[in-house]
Design a protein around this ligand. Sequence first.
Ligand code: HEC
Length: 165
Amino acid sequence: MRMLIAFIIGLITAPILVALVGIAGWLPSNSNSEPPKWESSIGMRALDASLERRSDGLPNPITTKDAAAIAAGGKIYSDNCSRCHGTTKGPSAFGSGFYPRVPQFFQEGTDVDPNEAYAAVHDGVRYSGMPAWDKQLTGQQIWQVANFVANIRGPGGKKMDMDAD
Ligand code: HEC
């Protein structure tokens, strides 16, 4: 019985300590320090797994052969997304001020399929600067830009490396 009580106290002490340290103002809240590699790696993996779950079974209506839809997605991207996610010409300086950093698709490639991109764009990404677009873009526009983004490859056709910082 005593062992069990000691175990339970041990279990709840750590989160209570973290909460107290936070309330006392000791958890870092600035966004311009470099996110540690372990943190970015765990964060990206968790986001990837969550997007996989959120997007399971979505009916992507666009194929890679639908050049007009992908081109429409490219236009939506330059109007709404490039200021954070960058362009073929270079990464966004604005995007480098976020924590977590905004992925620079043309430099890093993408690791999302069209369904995962749709879920990220339609409903946004919590605790990051990635907004939900469901009130600004129609479902069709979101599919167009999602397919455009999922088909971006970094230099040399590279896909995003989740362990990169
Ligand atoms: C205000 C800045 C901002 C804008 C504008 C923005 N994003 Fe994002 N986006 C982010 C951030 C920050 C993340 C990273 C979230 C993270 O790593 O937790 C992100 C993540 C994503 C992801 C997930 C990437 C991955 O590898 O998991 C996709 C897809 C995406 N954005 C697409 C778009 C599209 C398409 C648009 C335009 C309709 C857009 N974003 C506009 C900030 C932005």
